[in-house]
Ligand binder design. Structure first.
Ligand SMILES: Nc1ncnc2c1ncn2[C@@H]1O[C@H](COP(=O)(O)OP(=O)(O)OP(=O)(O)O)[C@@H](O)[C@H]1O
Ligand SMILES: [Mg+2]
Length: 376
């Protein structure tokens, strides 16, 4: 099967406009949140993940990778929150903390279960106590080609999470798998097929069905469409959008593709070297960025209108991302920032705090009020 096979609906090229912007009323210290709307589904506070660097025969710890540092972020019911930033900035690590596959070094991940009641701190639960919540908070993997076991049928692949959560009734399993396949618009005839013959778009639908089969509330989509062709990507994005409305889902949408993020996200958080440096609703972030790193990322987004091509000034950041084991002192972006003034930006022990710069908009830059940064 190929992406152009008539059996697949993967050719629809439209990307629909974003859903309504969710809002928030009780911001945490570093996250101004969106304007009022659905209740918080997830409240991340002061989250930190450090990976030990082990060297030598005895595997002694010689340092630490600061993958996620002091992250505050709130995700409200029904919204799509984008998480963007360069490769290695900590997006996946943050996403994996949310789904419980990486345990954080410090901080809270307060999740409000679908059944209501008080939020539960996923960061402190034992592996066993975490399991029921892992049904409600699910990850869609990045790569549709390597993440599916070629020896398993679709029924076994999609049904595996239910089996892992203790479902033993075969008929019920088949019923639930068929239901999940219908949700992602895969023909029920595929139930006993193996994934090797499927197109990238179909495989990613299988991945999505696998995530949805436990009836989650929050879905972390980590580069979920990055490996797909452009037209297939649009149809999977539209599917995610439809499923969000049909199933009342909330998304954490991790991507390095700022064009896609602009189309699908209500709000966007920008991450640099483990820290969130800017959060805003999507239009505000793209039109009026308040952090120099966001401005640099936006300047590199290709312009769809040929008349505008070449009119923007692309900001070329010097060098690669600094070593996450030794982040620069003060603002960790100051070593690459075109506006940095060492006397205020490189003060050891003083990373710039997130400050509110407008409704639902915050940035971590001490010079933000002096700079007139350019949008996309
Ligand atoms: N298991 C691990 N052990 C040690 N270091 C790790 C581990 N996982 C991630 N890292 C490091 O943590 C930092 C963040 O990695 P992460 O994969 O979260 O980045 P990312 O933003 O998802 O990158 P990409 O866009 O390439 O997917 C990187 O410096 C990475 O090398
Ligand atoms: Mg990643």
């Amino acid at each position: 099967m190929t992406d152009s096979a008539p059996a697949t609906p993967d050719a629809a090229p439209d990307i629909r406009p974003p859903v309504t912007i969710a809002r928030k009323d009780a911001p945490g210290p570093g996250d101004p949140g969106p304007a009022p709307g659905g209740e918080p589904v997830l409240d991340i506070r002061r989250l930190r993940v450090e990976f030990p660097i082990r060297r030598g025969f005895l595997g002694r710890t010689t340092g630490r990778v600061h993958a996620v540092t002091d992250v505050d972020l709130t995700i409200r019911a029904g919204e799509t929150l984008g998480l963007v930033g360069e490769s290695g900035c900590g997006k996946t690590t943050l996403g994996r903390c949310v789904v419980g596959s990486i345990r954080p070094t410090a901080g809270d991940i307060r999740y409000r279960p679908r059944s209501g009641g008080e939020p539960v701190d996923l960061a402190t639960l034992s592996t066993r106590a975490l399991r029921p919540f892992q049904r409600e908070v699910r990850l869609v993997f990045q790569d549709p080609f390597s993440s599916l076991n070629p020896r398993m049928t679709l029924r076994d692949i999609i049904g595996e999470p239910l089996r892992n959560h203790g479902l033993t009734d075969d008929r019920e399993l088949t019923r639930r798998v068929s239901e999940a396949m219908e949700m992602v618009r895969l023909p029920s005839g595929y139930l006993t097929r193996h994934p090797h013959a499927f197109s990238g778009g179909e495989r990613q639908r299988v991945n999505i069905a696998r995530a949805l089969i436990t009836r989650p509330r929050l879905v972390v989509a980590d580069e979920a469409v990055s490996a797909l062709d452009v037209s297939v990507r649009a149809s999977v994005l539209n599917l995610l959008r439809d499923l969000q409305e049909e199933l009342d889902l909330t998304y954490l949408f991790i991507s390095h593709d700022l064009s896609v993020v602009r189309h699908v996200c209500d709000r966007v958080a920008v991450m640099y070297l483990g820290r969130i440096v800017e959060v805003a609703d999507t239009d505000s972030l793209y039109e009026r960025p308040r952090h120099p790193y966001t401005e640099a990322l936006l300047s590199a987004v290709p312009r769809p209108d040929p008349r505008l091509r070449g009119t923007g000034n692309r900001i070329r950041l010097p060098d690669d991302l600094p070593d996450a084991a030794a982040p620069p002192a003060g603002c960790s972006f100051h070593t690459r920032c075109p506006y940095a003034r060492p006397e205020v930006c490189a003060v050891p022990g003083k990373p710039p705090p997130m400050v509110t710069t407008g409704p639902g908009h915050a940035a971590a830059c001490v010079r933000t009020d002096e700079l007139g940064l350019a949008g996309a």
